[in-house]
Design a protein around this ligand. Structure first.
Ligand code: SAH
Ligand code: SF4
Ligand code: F3S
Length: 466
């Protein structure tokens, strides 16, 4: 560890040192970015920044960006246009206002951002954000910093202990990144290019972070990875282990009540992981297992490396191990070459599997990915129409699932206050948001409730007797 990147504990800061600087972080994209935003705010807190929810109050605005679809990347440039105006206004007042771009657009288009938008002070990548304080210091001397180059250095070793960061407000649920990057190279996807190749964090580092989170009041941990079930490590005896085994280890942490993990690739659901679903009650019965499409021809063109029938057989094995498991998925419509018959195969697969929740997208061409060069790009209006049909079916399945819970008693982890006095909002085992009148309970409790109604985005419940 070099002196330059050594973490500075918040408690080491001289009182009042740069204490007034405020950062506003806008997070786009997936849960990994949510986790990274938290860690960036930790890194900045150790440097005297406090996080604000009010952009107008900030001295630094950091956009933690997503590159997954064209729209996601475009949002960044329009946000930067607005920030440029704020910067001008602030300069007129003589107040510092810095603009940073982090995340996957930063990694993919770092130099291009710096060229297109001169108001940007710092561009920092998903693997280099532990150097944010240094980058900002350099930027204050007038340098325009693009720091996205990373070698084998492990940012996690340079980030401050999140539980020691002053002012960090923690929820009872937390994300914990265990794996980053992806080697799957699905032909539509930018992730292998923005996040790099697959890297697993060491077992001891993960267990230690989980223990700290639990000591800090966290009751539910969601393990994150672009391809989380590709996680692999070695245990204390030198034995190679996978995600299933990691879950068994984490399940031993006293005080931890719930475990989840996301996102998984169907090819990496091994036997041990399925056993973990069978054996670990605290592993929540909800699995995000994207399939993307139901036609074997399209799956092949997407380089998903499995057939629709293999996916369905896998789902059956998982359901045999954990009958109350609910499935969630991602779907892409209008991949190059997709015919009406191919699309119908996706509809058929959805009908066969039955999803409790799903995310579906129109194919978006990403420059540099193999999909961009494939023949047979599908017309926009065809994509729109197919997406509407698919979403109608998925929504119906989601509503059916929610309604099937009415009258049932379930465990609820209370997460935050509700809108009405005495009301709390919790999470069901299936990740649904549930409103309950629970005067005698507090955030962090797991209580038994009876579901009374299902709204479009959340459920309603009453405390169950006993
Ligand atoms: N690692 C995860 C998800 C990565 S991105 C996985 O392997 O499933 C999240 C989702 O965005 C993907 O599952 C896919 O459905 C969607 N997606 C990725 N690239 C896309 C593109 N070019 N156009 C449309 N949707 C895309
Ligand atoms: Fe992208 Fe495929 Fe990797 Fe998921 S598995 S991150 S979709 S390349
Ligand atoms: Fe987007 Fe990067 Fe996540 S491209 S989906 S923020 S890994």
């Amino acid at each position: 560890m070099t002196q330059d990147t050594a973490p500075l504990a918040a408690t080491d800061l001289p009182e009042g040192a740069a204490a007034q600087r405020k950062v506003f972080i806008k997070t786009y994209g997936c849960q990994m970015n949510v986790y990274d935003s938290g860690r960036m705010s930790d890194a900045l807190a150790a440097d005297g920044y406090v996080t604000t929810e009010d952009m107008d109050d900030a001295d630094l605005v950091l956009l933690n960006t997503c590159h997954i679809r064209e729209k996601a990347a475009e949002k960044v440039y329009s946000a930067l246009g607005r920030l440029r105006e704020t910067k001008k206004a602030r300069a007129a007042e003589g107040r510092e206002f810095m603009i940073g771009v982090a995340g996957c657009v930063a990694q993919a288009e770092g130099d291009e951002i710096a060229r297109r938008e001169p108001a940007v002070d710092v561009v920092i990548g998903p693997q280099t954000y532990h150097r944010l304080p240094q980058a900002l210091r350099r930027a204050r001397t007038g340098e325009r910093v693009v720091d996205t180059e990373y070698a084998l250095e492990d940012k996690f070793e340079h980030l401050p202990d999140p539980t020691k960061v002053k002012g960090r407000v923690r929820s009872v649920t937390a994300f914990l990144t265990v794996q980053e990057g992806c080697d799957k190279f699905c032909t539509f996807c930018v992730v292998p290019y923005t996040r790099g190749s697959e890297v697993s964090r060491p077992l001891a580092q993960i267990v230690s972070e989980a223990e700290k989170l639990v000591a800090d009041g966290v009751r539910e941990i969601t393990l994150l990875g672009q391809n989380v079930n590709a996680w692999h490590g070695v245990d204390g005896t030198g034995q190679a282990i996978g995600l299933g085994e990691l879950l068994y280890r984490l399940a031993e942490i006293r005080g931890l009540a719930r475990l989840r993990y996301t996102t998984s690739h169907p090819r990496d659901m091994d036997d041990r992981l399925i056993e973990a679903h069978r054996d670990l009650k605290m592993l929540m019965p909800y699995l995000h297992l994207p399939v993307q499409a139901g036609s074997d021809r399209i799956l092949k063109a997407m380089n998903r490396r499995h057939k629709a029938s293999e996916y369905i057989a896998l789902v059956e094995r998982i359901r045999a191990a954990r009958p109350d498991i609910a499935l969630s998925g991602d779907f892409i419509v209008g991949f190059p070459g997709e015919t009406e018959a191919d699309f119908q195969a996706t509809m058929d697969l959805v009908a066969t599997v039955g999803y409790a929740q799903a995310y579906s997208f129109k194919y978006s061409t990403r420059p540099g990915t193999p999909g961009a060069d494939l023949p047979g790009h599908v017309a926009e209006e065809v994509k729109v129409e197919r997406l509407a049909r698919l979403q109608e079916l998925l929504l119906k399945q989601q509503q059916n699932f929610s309604r099937s819970l009415i009258g049932r008693e379930i465990d609820l982890l209370l997460e935050k206050p509700g809108r009405m006095p005495g009301q709390l909002i919790g999470r069901s085992p299936w990740l649904q948001s549930v409103n309950v009148d629970a005067n005698d309970s507090k955030i962090g409790d797991i209580i038994n409730v009876r579901i009374t109604a299902a709204g479009p985005n959340s459920l309603f419940a009453e405390v169950a007797e006993g």
